[in-house]
Design a protein around this ligand. Structure first.
Ligand code: IMP
Length: 194
């Protein structure tokens, strides 16, 4: 018998990717929107705090176990910025192209262009769960000024993978899932949930 699990996100891509991997271990994943759960606030300075807040919010409003993720890109020369502010780095309304231009401008005077994507996944059995299951993934690369590739989203056209000689936007979705911060975190989470 499969167990209902709420995904604390309304992103259709994430729902598909996560449900494909969670179904074989007995979870039936549903978007929070199906249960009329509004998006939670993400006011915290760390990925794990935001993911935990989102997971607890969805579990509280549905009475079901919940899974949340929080992710972003962190530039080493910028002390980890944009980090949790990645989606709105260049302000409202959120725009991938303005975010990318701001990150490139902020790094223009820096010799160190290294950056990494980071993802935290949090699973809670119920809203007050004292032992959330937490998994992290990190994917290292460099920020380059020229855009390459049509795949992915967000910072991917400027996220250069030196060992592959490509940006993240030039990978197939299977390749990206195998390598990415989110793919890594999801595989670790699944091992922990088994
Ligand atoms: P969220 O956790 O899906 O809300 O992602 C936060 C933000 O981080 C996104 O809006 C993107 O700007 C950035 N981000 C996270 N993961 C990726 C990725 O795999 N590729 C490109 N950008 C990403």
């Amino acid at each position: 018998m499969s167990r209902k699990l709420i995904l604390a996100s309304d992103n259709a891509g994430k729902l598909k990717e996560f449900s494909t991997m969670l179904a074989p271990i007995g979870f039936d994943l549903h978007a929070q929107r199906e249960f009329n759960v509004p998006e939670a606030e993400e006011p915290h300075p760390s990925f794990v705090e935001n993911a935990l807040a989102k997971a607890r919010h969805a579990a509280r409003l549905t009475g079901l176990p919940a899974l949340a993720d929080d992710s972003g890109v962190c530039a080493n020369a910028l002390g980890g910025a944009p980090g949790v502010y990645s989606a709105r780095y260049a302000g409202e309304p959120k725009s991938d192209s303005r975010n990318n231009q701001k990150l490139i401008a902020d790094l223009a005077m820096q010799a160190d262009k290294s950056a990494y994507y980071f993802c935290v996944l949090v699973f809670v059995r119920h809203a007050g769960d004292p032992q959330p299951v937490i998994a992290e993934g990190r994917w290292d690369g460099e920020i380059i000024a020229d855009a390459h590739g049509q795949g992915g989203f967000g910072y991917d056209p400027h996220f250069w993978l030196p060992e592959l000689g490509k940006t993240a936007a030039e990978l197939s979705s299977d390749e990206k899932n195998r390598l990415s911060h989110r793919g890594q975190a999801l595989r670790i989470l699944i091992e922990k949930l088994r």
